[in-house]
Write a protein that binds this ligand. Structure first.
Ligand SMILES: Nc1ncnc2c1ncn2[C@@H]1O[C@H](COP(=O)(O)OP(=O)(O)OP(=O)(O)O)[C@@H](O)[C@H]1O
Length: 530
């Protein structure tokens, strides 16, 4: 039996460090951290050292004079070339400042409250803020995700992140939002290699873009109409980073969804303006259908090769004729090219339809509606490759109203009335990825979301506003050629006939029926050879 008195208490001998050693350890640790910080921030350290040396040598003037001089140079630089000033001077400085004083301070709280902090081994694990780059309008945060997270986790809480950092708009990209620059000249090869490293695929990172200054608030003036439009990049809108968003109008149809008075007209007119040079030279023919009796487009009538604004019969005829043009081109180009290249002899035909639902859903004449639906279906499914394109605007993107929604490869969503409509226009999941087209403020006429080629993340843009005076001016300066309407004359042109297939020689084969039965069935009694 064991009693309390029998217990043996064993205590390890405590090793007590002397006080001076503890202090030395702490000092060494901070010194090592400071050296590491200096190594990582050579510019800041260099400037601080230079300031100290100048102060020691020349007193206060030694610091003030360089400061004034560098401010003057900076102002001059900004005046001469603001873009490069932001890129190389103001952007990095502002980004550094905001990294330390804005984002790092609120990071822990924001990540935890937005549900992006995880727990591992009883310790909180946070996404790591690696870098902040700023420009005139945006802050781009490079973030390393916690193991097990995906960009979709960030995209789900995009709005929460924006408001957590005191902003209204944010966007989450799984790849770098900026494309690698095009390098030319002597150093192109070397810089190309550097870019390959800078722009390499980094699946552990996510890019959070916060809109600091909403560059889309001011109305965007119309872009210059180029005499020779580049169909792969037609400038239509301003981006959040103050860049220009350009539409590629080759081999694609465009759908514009937007509630009433959201600015669909500005998208269509921006496009007409971008194409204006080609209209006059005969490179593009605009065939316009304006079911609102010509309220939107009649003012620009001289620009259009064909126009239908009052009679639905005429609109159906116009679409039928577009199908005829398409068929003729298919016959002529089959076996020659896979995608049509617009030329003056063989122009790009763009069928512009304002308020498409008037043709597909609200038209009461059922036969006419069916006829229009048939032509539209053909154009949308086969016209893109042969240069007969459809650009259509509509208010209500439901399937019942527009059954061919999925046949439009390029989609633009302006302000919409319901959250569900955003995905109907831009495709599934677009709203979750930040396309909040149903939450447009009242001032945001002509503001919309587009999906960039090759990236799933939506882009917020504002289309240029073409005023009535601009339209009149366009119509005066860029009228369509006098013979533009008779493109159908080309259909009469001799088209390549379908190649005739000569049958392969076949061995003479014997009768399938026995002779006795064949003679029985033959009305001539088998006398005539068959
Ligand atoms: N890009 C823009 N920038 C600034 N204001 C615009 C822009 N686009 C349109 N607006 C303003 O919004 C108003 C409505 O524009 P618009 O008529 O183009 O809208 P809509 O969607 O075509 O309307 P509806 O559905 O009636 O055809 C215009 O009168 C104009 O004042």
């Amino acid at each position: 039996m064991t009693s309390g008195g029998d217990l043996l208490v064993i205590r390890p001998k405590r090793f007590v460090l002397p006080m001076w050693l503890v202090v030395l350890g702490v000092v060494l640790r901070w010194l090592a951290r400071f050296c590491w910080w200096c190594l990582r921030h050579p510019v800041a350290v260099g400037l601080a050292v230079a300031a100290v040396v100048l102060y020691a040598e020349h007193g206060v003037l030694g610091v003030v004079v360089p400061l004034v001089l560098s401010s003057a140079v900076s102002a001059l630089w900004r005046w001469r070339d603001e873009a490069s000033w932001w890129r190389w001077c103001a952007g990095p400085l502002l980004g550094r400042f905001r990294h330390v004083f804005v984002y790092r301070r609120a990071w822990h709280e924001a990540m935890t409250l937005c549900g992006l902090a995880e727990t591992y081994d009883h310790r909180p694990v946070l996404p790591e803020l690696l870098r902040v780059r700023s420009d005139q309008a945006l802050d781009v945060l490079t973030v390393r995700m916690v193991r097990g997270q995906t960009p979709a986790d960030f995209q789900k809480v995009t709005a929460n992140l924006a408001y957590a950092f005191g902003r209204r708009h944010a966007r989450v990209y799984s790849e770098r939002p900026d494309a690698p620059p095009t390098r030319t000249g002597y150093w192109a090869l070397l810089l190309g290699w550097v870019d390959r490293v800078r722009f390499r695929d980094r699946p552990t990172l996510v890019y959070l873009v916060l809109v600091r200054t909403d560059a889309l608030r001011p109305v965007v003036p119309p872009f210059d109409a180029s005499p020779v439009p580049d169909f792969t990049a037609l400038p239509l809108a301003r981006r959040e980073n103050l860049g220009t968003w350009s539409l590629c109008l080759l081999a694609t149809h465009v759908l514009i969804g937007g509630a009433t008075r959201s600015g669909k007209g500005s998208v269509l007119w921006s496009l007409v303006r971008a194409l204006a040079g080609g209209i006059t030279s005969g490179l593009v023919r605009l065939w316009v259908i304006d079911p609102k009796g010509g309220m939107e487009f009649a003012m620009g009538r001289p620009l259009f090769a064909r126009f239908a604004g009052t009679s639905f019969e005429a609109m159906a005829d116009l679409l039928d004729e577009a199908v005829t043009v398409m068929r003729e081109r298919q016959t002529r180009l089959a076996g020659t090219v896979r995608v049509h290249t617009p030329t003056e002899a063989d122009p790009l035909v763009v069928v512009v339809i304002d308020e498409m639902a008037a043709l597909t859903a609200y038209l009461q004449d059922v036969d006419l509606r069916r006829r229009i639906a048939g032509s539209l279906g053909l154009l949308l499914s086969q016209g893109a490759g042969v240069g007969v394109l459809v650009v259509a605007a509509l208010q209500d993107p439901r399937k019942e109203v527009l059954p061919f929604r999925d046949l439009f490869p390029t989609r633009i969503a302006l302000g919409l009335t319901e959250a569900a409509q955003v995905d109907m226009v831009l495709g599934d999941g677009a709203r979750n990825r930040g396309a909040l087209a149903d939450q447009m403020p009242r001032w945001a006429k002509g503001v919309g979301y587009v999906i960039l080629d090759g990236t799933p993340e939506p882009l917020r843009v504002r289309f240029s506003y073409v005023t009535d005076d601009d339209i009149r001016d366009l119509a005066r300066r860029y009228p369509a050629p006098a013979d533009a309407a008779d493109i159908l004359a080309q259909v009469g042109r001799k088209s390549t006939p379908e190649p005739v297939r000569t049958p392969l020689p076949r061995k003479p084969s014997g009768p399938l029926l026995p002779d006795a039965l064949r003679n029985l069935l033959d009305p001539n009694g088998g006398s005539e050879p068959r």
